[in-house]
Design a protein around this ligand. Structure first.
Ligand code: FAD
Length: 470
């Protein structure tokens, strides 16, 4: 009987434990992607990028004489129907850990089992399963540093080579067409603006890793905070769709460390921030939707304000913030330091709820990740675990002086900051909706929408007041 391999965010052949398990019996494998509630809930950019990941992976499978079958509907129903139709006796998939994915997983598992079908989920998305890392007293970690110490010397799963062949069923079951799913429909600037910034597929991801390790791992710790420099790996985009396994990155980082690359350990530490984010989303799923620390639930964040639009448009009048917001809009990504700065300006200077920013990132990021995005926003806002304290307010101007002293990053993305703006800076104006009424000739705001000193003072005051009310 055939076996169903349900691909979700694991569009790779190598280091794919669910696929390896599906291949074990040697029988035919049906490769499936389901457009379920989790896919329908994706923001515009992640959905567009997801479509690209599926398209690329379908090509990879075709080259192996296989076919990626596409079906839509609740995962449970799709899987039961397909199993009935094909006589498949088992389904394999790699686990996901955000709230919605877990609901789907549990539903699928119990219904398949009830129908006598083997249902096996595997751990391929993370280095360390969230329940496998425990504190001395058997609980979960709320602070990063001890989490890092707990995992840094653990063995991770051994490498799994990409299969040379995946036996096809006698006849492929019917498949929907990817174009009909129109996953990119909500993304107004996908093909022209975002796509040139994307790096899609398993092969591209592996090449990206190799290039990073060869040229940048050594200087990573020293250079990773300078947003004008291509000093980081860019692998978050590929990790988000599982085009590369964290295990492969971990092994490469460890080898670089062993051969003396100075920045390699720091790179591994960053990869473990991703693990920590998943540890948290698993043990405290409310991190996605509510302030992680209950005392922050009553903090008087504003839910929206006219200033939010200026923030989204990169027209706050604070050049570092605006350059970063333009980078996000045009490229679907943003440098980590810039993410912290724009998030701080929104939640602290503007006093806007972190959820507003979280949501905008979810619409715009091609590396959107439910765990890292939620943790990142709550870290900056001060409401999260092991967060930056609320009273530490990033000053975007001094941050620019420190990390973009010659203004190269700001000029690259902010047309108004350059006498001769380049294509990337101008692309923003071609991409924005007409209703925004923006053009490159428009004068740049003469002063910030929220004055840096006043915004900081207001944030601190709100914080003091809130603390006293607790
Ligand atoms: P590198 O510096 O090369 O790091 C290697 C890998 O380590 C990354 O690919 C990533 O998987 C992991 N990593 C690095 N920094 C972090 C971090 N702070 N938290 C978690 N994992 C990390 N990352 C996402 O992948 N998706 C998101 O939606 C996301 N939203 C964020 C929102 C905010 C407000 C903040 C402050 C951070 C967010 N991050 C998010 C984390 C971080 O900014 C990105 O992972 C990083 O910029 C990706 O670039 P890179 O792949 O070149 O990273």
């Amino acid at each position: 009987a055939p076996v169903i391999m349900w691909f979700r965010r694991d569009f790779r052949l190598a280091d794919n434990p669910a696929l390896a398990a599906a291949l074990k019996g040697g029988g035919p494998v049906i490769c499936l992607v389901i457009r379920d509630a989790r896919i329908d809930a994706l923001g515009a950019a992640p959905a567009f990028r997801y479509e690209a990941a599926v398209a690329k992976f379908a090509e990879t499978l075709e080259a192996l004489g296989q076919k990626l079958i596409l079906r839509s509907g609740p995962s449970r129903e799709v899987l039961l129907d397909l199993a009935r139709e094909t006589g498949a006796g088992a389904v394999h998939w790699n686990r996901l850990y955000d709230g919605l994915s877990r609901e789907i997983d549990e539903d699928v598992k119990s219904s398949l089992k009830a129908s006598g079908i083997t249902a096996e989920s595997h751990g391929g998305h993370l280095l360390f399963e969230p329940w496998s890392v425990q504190t001395g007293s058997g609980g979960f970690y709320r602070v990063y540093s001890p989490f890092w110490r707990a995992v840094k010397d653990l063995e991770v799963a051994p490498a799994i080579a990409a299969p040379a062949a995946i036996a096809a069923p006698e006849a492929f079951p019917a498949s929907e067409a990817l174009a009909d799913w129109a996953l990119g429909a909500a993304m107004n600037r996908g093909a022209e603006v975002l796509a040139p910034h994307m790096c899609v597929g398993e092969e591209a991801a592996a090449a990206r890793l190799d290039a990073f390790i060869a040229a940048k791992a050594d200087g990573y710790k020293a250079r990773r905070d300078y947003p004008a420099e291509p000093a980081t790996s860019g692998l978050s985009e590929n990790l988000a769709y599982g085009e590369i396994a964290p295990h492969r990155i971990w092994r490469a980082g460890q080898r670089a460390q062993a051969s003396g690359a100075k920045g390699a350990e720091h790179f591994l530490k960053e990869l473990v921030w991703r693990e920590f984010a998943y540890h948290l989303i698993y043990h405290t799923p409310h991190i996605e939707t509510e302030s992680w620390r209950p005392e922050w639930a009553s903090f008087p964040w504003r839910d929206d304000s006219p200033q939010v639009l200026a923030w989204k448009q990169g027209r706050t009048g604070v050049p570092f913030v605006d350059a970063a917001m333009r980078q996000l809009y045009v490229s679907g990504t943003m440098h980590n330091r810039a993410r912290m700065i724009v998030a701080s300006y929104l939640t602290k200077h503007m006093g806007v709820h972190w959820r507003v920013g979280q949501k905008w990132f979810e619409e715009c990021l091609i590396d959107w990740d439910p765990a890292s995005n939620a943790m990142g926003w709550q870290w900056v806002a001060g409401s999260g675990p092991d967060a930056a304290p609320y009273f530490r307010v990033f000053n975007p101007q001094t941050q620019q002086e420190k990390f973009d002293a010659d203004g190269a990053y700001v000029r690259r993305w902010l047309a108004e900051a350059s006498r001769n703006p380049g294509q990337e800076a101008l692309a923003f104006f071609e991409a924005v909706p007409r209703s925004w009424g923006l053009s490159p000739g428009q004068p740049y705001p003469a002063k910030p929408v929220v004055d840096l000193a006043r915004g900081r003072a207001r944030a601190l005051e709100a914080y003091e007041q809130h603390k006293q009310q607790q």
